[in-house]
Design a protein around this ligand. Structure first.
Ligand SMILES: Nc1ncnc2c1ncn2[C@@H]1O[C@H](COP(=O)(O)OP(=O)(O)OP(=O)(O)O)[C@@H](O)[C@H]1O
Ligand code: SF4
Ligand SMILES: [Mg+2]
Length: 424
């Protein structure tokens, strides 16, 4: 009988009202403290920091992003660390629900509070912003004209808007109060979402929406300057009739065209980092190829970096320089694209590779990784992949495996690899 009771207890999938109340009380305490931190007034020194490696544009270190739900704390991102080097594309892969989007929403500080919160960790971003005077106003760039008088310099390349002095600062996005996020969001880090229709406002023309972004990010821009910049961006993303698209409403455009508009909107402020979350999933394969070509081309033109989230390994192989493989809120392997494709080490990454459809496969069924991800509210203390892994060893029932470095760029978190790999 007592055995039966124990089994019942371990298998139960419900919470008693007492347990729910206790969770709600604890959640409310933590959420209140985190919301207070988010909406605090802070001096810059609280979130200005330094990069660990100057070659990176973004460094995510031990990031924990949680959702405080009635069922308990969902540790959607549970100690994620990776870097995005300057002028590179980093692909983030992993199965549905592993925390890819939550990682990107943390970088953009777009998590829906009070439930969604960055709990701890750092997101260091190398920011380039307006140099400001004592009153906080941007300092214009002046040159002497032929009569020796100061004249303000205008941008020659695009809108012709006034130019301002710029300076570089490293900001810890996770520590910034939300009132300071406008300094980077949209201006220096922009995001391209999967479904452009949900990101464009159906009641305004494309022109209205693009111009508004120019106004927000270019102080002093006039209506004509904004339109010029918007048309230039539409042309840059390969739209042949920019004036027509400028005057159209979103519903008048095809899916591929709308995604191009979204990309042009993301590019208006010359971002240093573009986050593309499944940017081509809603498009057919030909348009998908065109959009990927466009992204690749633009990355070089704007001299920026791309964080590319996708579950499609083909896209990663084609686009990425580095790959980060996530599983259940953690990074389980990362390396260069060649390391991950030619020498995958973690059993999950090996399984992912095997589940890719190929033309020369003899089998008429696709390989799939059996089993499911553990309950995110109640993660085990051992490796999260254990219940699905065919290579399990004794150690796997112990602690969660630490990250092992197997080359200057290749890391894996799995007990199959130890000190030998670390030493080459
Ligand atoms: N608002 C929320 N409340 C509770 N849990 C959430 C919320 N948003 C996301 N999660 C949880 O966070 C985890 C990570 O979700 P995320 O959207 O980052 O997955 P993903 O890797 O982007 O998946 P997909 O490939 O399906 O887009 C999931 O377990 C999800 O259920
Ligand atoms: S640590 Fe063990 S269970 Fe986890 S992936 Fe490696 S071999 Fe499999
Ligand atoms: Mg997602």
């Amino acid at each position: 009988m007592s055995n039966e009771k124990n089994t019942e207890k371990t298998q139960k999938h419900y919470l008693t009202s007492k347990e729910i109340k206790a969770i709600a009380k604890e959640n409310s305490k933590v959420m209140k403290a985190l919301e207070k931190k988010k909406y605090r007034k802070a001096v810059e020194s609280e979130f200005v920091t330094t990069m660990k490696d100057d070659k990176n544009i973004l460094e995510i270190e031990d990031l924990h992003t949680y959702f405080f739900t009635d069922q308990g704390v969902v540790k959607a991102v549970n100690g994620v660390s990776f870097n995005i080097p300057k002028n590179s594309t980093v692909g983030i892969v992993g199965e549905s629900g592993c925390g890819k989007s939550v990682t990107s929403m943390s970088v953009m500080r777009l998590l829906q509070g009070p439930q969604g919160q960055i709990y701890s960790g750092s997101i260091r971003f190398k920011s380039e912003e307006f140099k400001r005077d004592a009153k906080g106003n941007p300092i214009p760039v002046f040159v002497k004209d032929e009569n020796g008088a100061d004249t303000q310099v205008q941008a020659t390349s695009s809108s012709g808007a006034p130019l301002f002095e710029m300076e570089e600062k490293v900001l810890d996005i996770a520590e910034m109060p939300i009132s300071e996020i406008h300094r980077i969001r949209g201006r220096q880090i922009s995001m391209i979402f999967q479904e452009p229709m949900t990101s464009l406002n159906p009641v305004f023309t494309i022109g209205n929406q693009l111009d508004e972004v120019v106004f927000i990010h270019s102080p002093g821009a006039t209506k004509e300057m904004a339109k010029k910049r918007s048309l230039e961006m539409l042309e840059l993303v390969g739209i042949a009739a920019p004036e027509r698209v400028y005057n159209s409403y979103p519903h008048e455009l095809s899916g591929g065209m709308r995604q191009r508009v979204m990309i042009s909107m993301a590019l208006i402020c010359d971002p240093r980092l573009i986050i593309a979350d499944e940017p081509t999933t809603a498009l057919d394969v030909t348009i998908q190829a065109q959009i990927l070509d466009l992204l690749r081309d633009l990355k070089d033109r704007i001299n920026g970096s791309i964080m590319l989230i996708t579950h499609d390994l083909g896209i990663i192989a084609e686009m990425a320089d580095y790959v980060v493989v996530m599983y259940a809120g953690r990074v389980i392997e990362q390396g260069t694209v060649s390391e991950i494709f030619h020498n995958p080490m973690h059993p999950y990454t090996i399984g992912l590779q095997k589940s890719k459809p190929t033309m020369d496969s003899d089998s008429d069924t696709l390989f799939n990784i059996p089993g499911n991800v553990p309950n995110p509210v109640n993660m085990p203390s051992h490796c999260y992949f254990k219940e699905r892994c065919s290579k399990c060893i004794g150690k796997c029932s112990g602690d969660y495996p630490g990250m092992i470095q197997v080359s200057p760029t290749h890391y894996v978190a799995c007990h199959l690899y130890g000190e030998e790999e670390k030493n080459g």
